[in-house]
Design a protein around this ligand. Sequence first.
Ligand code: ZN
Length: 113
Amino acid sequence: MNRDSMLPLMTHCPICKALYPKEQVKLISEQNNAKLYHSTCATCGHGLFYYVIQGQAGVSAIGLVSDATGADASRMADAGIITGDDCIKAHKIIEKNSQDLCQNLLDIREKLA
Ligand SMILES: [Zn+2]
């Protein structure tokens, strides 16, 4: 991608203001006039997702700071859409196994302390 065609959001880390290396800006997905990019700051390590939407009125961009890596972003882009049925299944699993879930969380908490 040509740096001249990049938006400021795509060139600088919003946390530490470091310049992103051009190769750190990755196009994750593209649909119609919307593109999802991800970049990881080499200085502070924060990840950033941003949607760039090209409309008739111009270009809009929305950014979200994340701890997701570029590999996480690619995996998420390849994953299917989470449906309402998926949410209900997850709720039922958590409800059915809530005692085990709580015990596992407590076990992890003890390891973190
Ligand atoms: Zn940074």
